[in-house]
Design a protein around this ligand. Structure first.
Ligand code: TYD
Length: 131
């Protein structure tokens, strides 16, 4: 299976502006239990550097962009997240790093579960062992 899976949201916008809808079962392939967002990230300060044991996430840049490094232990790929209607699925057991945030970046993340630090793998060697 490809490491990079996008979810494209329909744009229901009209002359008044854009309207995108993310809805569990319709276009989000999991039940959303949590959302969080990142803003004021620094272009030269990367984030992430972890994998999750079971959490599934869907990340959008509502504004601006960032570069996401995805690594499943076998293959690494870098992609830009830079369209408000195009989200990247971050599956479990994928090491991910966010680099090169644009100054205006507003990242929205939908997550399949509540925050649980024990679901994180924050050490790369532990990640490789978990595969
Ligand atoms: P973390 O996931 O490590 O951030 P990033 O991957 O973007 O670098 O989270 C940073 C801190 O915030 C960490 O101490 C955990 C905490 N946190 C929560 O308490 N709840 C949450 O939903 C998230 C995403 C993070």
């Amino acid at each position: 299976m490809s490491l990079i899976k996008w979810v494209e949201l329909p744009n229901l916008g009209d002359h008044r502006g854009s309207l995108m809808v993310a809805e569990s079962a319709k276009n989000v392939p999991f039940e959303v239990k949590r959302i969080y967002y990142i803003l004021d990230a620094k272009p030269d300060v990367p984030r992430g550097f972890h994998a999750h044991k079971s959490l599934i996430q869907l990340a959008f840049c509502l504004k601006g962009s960032c570069k996401m490094l995805m690594d499943n232990g076998v293959e690494k790929q870098e992609v830009y997240i830079n369209q408000p209607n195009k989200g990247l699925i971050i599956p479990p057991l994928v090491w991910h790093e966010m680099h090169d945030f644009s100054e205006d970046c507003v990242m929205l993340v939908l997550a399949s579960d509540c925050y649980d630090e024990s679901d994180y793998i924050r050490d790369y060697d532990d990640f490789v062992k978990a595969l």
